[in-house]
Design a protein around this ligand. Structure first.
Ligand SMILES: Nc1ncnc2c1ncn2[C@@H]1O[C@H](COP(=O)(O)OP(=O)(O)O)[C@@H](O)[C@H]1O
Ligand code: SF4
Ligand SMILES: [Mg+2]
Length: 416
């Protein structure tokens, strides 16, 4: 912990969805699922992931703004060490300590700044709110900070509406620094700005980090931005860490299949069932019913037989192939649990052709297939859940890098 400002161990957060109970059961969004992560003093750690992957939830939890979570978060601020754990809720005084030592800059400078307040009051508010000193001191600091963010003292007398998007984000940065934080979290700070202004704001943020010896957590869905600003990066997918490492090394040699796809900027394949769910119940559905095994398996181009396939997923793939390759519109099926199901075709000849197609296309997901008349009984492999394994400063959450698993199954890294 000595070199770390923050150490997060096995952090999970779920949100209860109100008004959406199925058969009387509560429904939850699993926003973060067992995150383990350290933030080193003085670094910029980028957190990269698609919308809904849990980036903002992670920021809010670290800042002590969410009440319900499990795991442990330890803070190693220069004057005080704090540990916040499920079993021990932080007292108000400890939360105040976290809010004094850290701050956040949000994505949208339009909604983040109170349009009825003058810029000087917006900047000084956290200072006065945390009772860090007298009003006169806060004014002096605001004058200093407004210049540090590249504006003039005149801007202190403006209202946010009188400023451009870039200027407002500079104000948000100044406000985030008035409590002299050790940690600043930027949550997509340039996503809502014009491309021409983004680089200026990023460079300002980087300059301030050097001048003020800060530690940054920088949240972005934009890999180019992550590459530009960060020392290390963490890739998040459906609330799970996929990969962590030095930014240069991750870009030069991405290991996790998801990171490889993100970096190659190839459009990500969508899982069929995921799309169906999204059509019917909005984007967060996939965090409600997380895929089993590896959460990435429905979209992974190199998934193995053991990566988490379940009967309903494989049946859907088989139905699609039956339709596309054999023109079969309806295929009766009977499920026998997560790993076994039977499909029934119109006649024996069709069932035989279907089995040939499945063996060719989906071979790796099928442990066994038995043809009996016009029915085929399929059995799938037991799934393995990958864990985040570290080696040489990199950590990857993929079975292909789990030597024990690969050896036990006689697999090579290309999935063969
Ligand atoms: N207050 C909330 N209530 C219910 N679900 C939420 C709430 N906030 C976020 N979520 C869900 O949690 C998941 C993670 O969200 P979020 O942390 O905002 O992701 P990101 O910042 O990466 O877009 C998403 O599925 C999102 O819809
Ligand atoms: S464990 Fe690795 S190979 Fe398997 S689905 Fe996940 S990312 Fe793909
Ligand atoms: Mg977000």
């Amino acid at each position: 912990m000595k070199d770390d400002l923050i150490a997060i161990d096995n952090l999970s957060v779920r949100y209860e969805l109100h008004g959406s109970t199925f058969s009387g059961r509560r429904t939850y969004v699993n926003a973060l699922n067992g995150i383990t992560l350290n933030v080193r003093k003085g670094e910029t750690l980028a957190i990269v992931g698609e919308s809904g992957s849990g980036k903002s939830t992670l920021a809010m939890t670290v800042l002590g703004l969410l009440r319900h979570w499990t795991g442990t978060i330890s803070y190693n601020f220069s004057e005080k060490e704090l540990t916040s754990a499920k079993e021990r809720k932080l007292r108000r005084a400890e939360l105040l300590e976290i809010w004094r030592r850290s701050s956040i800059v949000f994505q949208d400078p339009y909604s983040a700044l109170d349009s009825k307040k003058l810029v000087k009051d917006i900047i000084t508010e956290p200072y006065l709110g945390h009772r860090l000193g007298a009003r006169s001191e806060s004014q002096l600091l605001a004058s200093e900070l407004i210049m540090q963010v590249g504006l003039t003292e005149d801007h202190l007398g403006y209202y946010p509406d009188q400023l451009s998007g870039g200027q407002r984000q500079r104000i948000a940065v100044a406000r985030s620094l008035i409590n002299r934080p050790e940690l600043v979290i930027f949550d997509e700070p340039t996503s809502s700005l014009d491309v021409s202004i983004q680089a200026q704001i990023l460079n300002l943020i980087l300059d301030l980090k050097e001048k003020l010896s800060l530690t940054y957590i920088f949240i972005t869905h934009n890999l180019v931005v992550a590459k530009h600003v960060s020392d290390r990066m963490m890739v998040l997918y459906l609330g799970n860490v996929m990969e962590i490492g030095e930014t240069d090394s991750v870009f030069n040699n991405p290991l996790h299949p998801y990171t490889k796809l993100l970096i190659s900027s190839v459009p990500l394949p969508k899982a069929d069932y995921e799309m169906k769910q999204r059509e019917s119940r909005e984007a967060e559905v996939s965090s409600i019913t997380l895929p089993g095994g590896c959460v990435f398996h429905p979209r992974c181009p190199v998934a193995t037989s053991y990566c988490g396939w379940k009967s309903d997923e494989v049946l859907q793939l088989i139905r699609r192939e039956a339709y596309l390759l054999l023109g079969i519109e309806e295929l009766d099926a009977e499920m026998h649990g997560d790993l076994s199901f039977t499909v029934t075709a119109g006649d024996e000849e069709t069932a035989r052709k279907l089995l040939d197609v499945v063996r060719e296309k989906d071979r790796f997901k099928i442990a066994d297939a038995q043809l009996s008349g016009n029915s085929i009984s399929f059995t799938l492999f037991e799934s393995w859940k990958p864990s985040l394994l570290s080696s040489g400063g990199r950590a990857v959450n993929c079975l292909l890098y789990d030597v024990e698993f690969m050896t036990a199954h006689g697999l090579k890294q290309d999935g063969s």
